[in-house]
Design a protein around this ligand. Structure first.
Ligand SMILES: [Mg+2]
Length: 208
């Protein structure tokens, strides 16, 4: 079984965010207003993540920007064509490989559910997965649920980009699953967790 993170693992979220910042800049949004509105658009009063094009546009409109102008600018980044372009160049190779093993594939993503849904559906990868978890809580809490829901006779792999998050999961569930960190910025290792810089290398590792 494979449990796979979405942002920065399958999808170049950093580049996607830069693109969104740029399209807003093109219609006159300053960097400061971008940062303020991004934060405001991200967390609702009850602390649950509810980020979307609409919440971000509303936050900008509160700062005096024309709602339709900024909303339409943001929307250009979430078309299917745009979202597909932010998959890493080995993402499809990677998920096709996972599929070819005939094992369960679980997508695990932290953040506002509807926006995560939009990104993973629009980029075309969601259909490859047997189950999808979009969560607002710490990932290790969901790992517990996934392990309880899906008993696997095969090895269980968790593939993620964040070191700290992966450490936590390795500490708690290292006896039940194997973790791999896919990151091109993080070279440090923790215990025996491999850190590789591409999904192709993740495949090489799994195949060994
Ligand atoms: Mg991630």
């Amino acid at each position: 079984m494979f449990i796979v993170d979405f942002d920065d693992t399958l999808f170049d979220t950093q580049a996607f965010k830069q693109k969104r910042k740029q399209v807003l800049k093109d219609v006159g949004v300053t960097d400061i207003d971008y940062d303020t509105s991004y934060k405001k658009g991200y967390v609702s009063n009850d602390g649950v993540y509810k980020y979307s094009n609409k919440t971000h546009a509303s936050a900008l409109s509160d700062l005096g920007y024309n709602y339709d102008l900024v909303y339409n600018a943001l929307k250009t980044t979430t078309t299917k064509k745009s979202l597909v372009s932010f998959l890493f160049d080995d993402t499809i190779f990677f998920i096709n490989y996972l599929k070819s093993t005939n094992q369960k594939m679980i997508l695990l993503s932290l953040g506002g559910a509807s926006f995560q849904q939009l990104k993973s559906e629009g980029s075309g990868i969601i259909d490859f997965f047997d189950d999808v978890f979009f969560v607002n809580c710490k990932k290790h809490l969901i790992i517990k649920d996934i392990l309880a829901k899906y008993k696997s006779n095969n090895a269980i792999w968790f593939i993620n980009d964040k070191l700290q998050e992966t450490k936590e999961i390795d500490d708690l569930y290292g006896d039940q699953l194997s973790t791999i960190i896919k990151s091109d910025t993080n070279n440090s290792t923790y215990k025996n967790i491999p850190v590789v810089n591409s999904l192709r290398k993740v495949v090489e590792f799994i195949r060994e």
